[in-house]
Design a protein around this ligand. Structure first.
Ligand SMILES: [Zn+2]
Length: 264
């Protein structure tokens, strides 16, 4: 309750729709008291500081209700008021339709808008998590990426084979024919045909495709494993090594700001 001392709460109909909204002057947030509100309740416009009703709480916690517009009316315990000291257990009625709302309900919703002074020091209240296992997760990932890269390079080398056969076969045929006579030209042609066969074979089972799939699977696995250990967060960390993340984000989760340590 003390949290609200010195604050002014504005109460009125939402700017769109018919929900009861509240706002505290100087706090850029709107609270919802979720009920359907009749049109006789004036709208709340925090930017313009206009509303149907205000509750001003002084330093001692006394609450003063004030009807903010001459064109609307407010009742407290069934009596019309322009301004009146109220208690938390009073009921205010807004507009000619006597829309009822308990002062306590307004205070409860307003408290949600004011940061709790005990948790206002975010550094102290943030939990700490050991991220040692994430170093291993990252290293495994890097290792597997490298392995895929090596196998892909090898496969690409084999893929160049048919071309060598085709070109080499033609050249060999000509060379053989020059040295040993026309009948040897067939030999080179045979090699070219082998090259053509290999080309079809490699084309049918393009290994670069499986590498792409493997890499995609690897990245999917990281989406499951490379996570902030805070169960309330659990967001995937940037795809960078842990040393970089710890340095870049000051030993904190980039999302929930919980603290990270690397302990064995
Ligand atoms: Zn986090």
């Amino acid at each position: 309750m003390e949290r609200l001392n010195g604050k002014t709460i504005l109460v009125g109909r939402s700017q769109q729709g018919n929900v009861l909204h509240i706002n505290i002057a100087g706090i850029n947030k709107v609270g919802v008291i979720n009920r359907s509100v009749p049109g006789s309740v004036s709208r709340l416009n925090p930017a313009a500081h206009s509303a149907h009703l205000s509750l001003t709480i002084d330093a001692s916690g006394n609450i003063k209700a004030q009807n903010l517009k001459d064109s609307n009316c407010t009742y407290v315990n069934h009596l019309e008021i322009s301004s009146k000291v109220v208690m938390p257990n009073d009921v205010v009625e807004l507009g000619k339709d006597h829309f009822q709302v308990a002062v306590q309900d307004i205070l409860n919703a307003a408290k949600q808008l004011v940061p709790n002074p005990r948790s206002s020091d975010p550094e102290k209240s943030k939990p700490t998590y050991n991220v040692h296992h994430l170093f291993r997760v990252w290293n495994d990932y890097k290792e597997k990426c490298k392995d895929i890269q090596i196998r892909r390079t090898k496969a690409m080398r084999y893929q160049r084979l048919p071309m060598l056969f085709s070109m080499g076969g033609g050249a060999l045929g000509i060379a053989l024919a020059t040295c040993f006579g026309e009948s040897f030209k067939e030999f080179g042609g045979g090699i070219s045909i082998i090259g053509f066969g290999l080309a079809i074979f490699f084309w049918l089972r393009d290994p670069t495709l499986t590498f792409t799939e493997e890499k995609e699977q690897l990245d999917k696995d990281m989406e499951r494993m490379y996570l902030c250990p805070n169960p309330d967060c659990n967001k995937m960390l940037p795809l960078k090594d842990m040393d970089f993340i710890l340095r870049q984000y000051d030993h904190k989760c980039p999302y929930c700001k919980c603290n990270y340590v690397d302990k064995h």
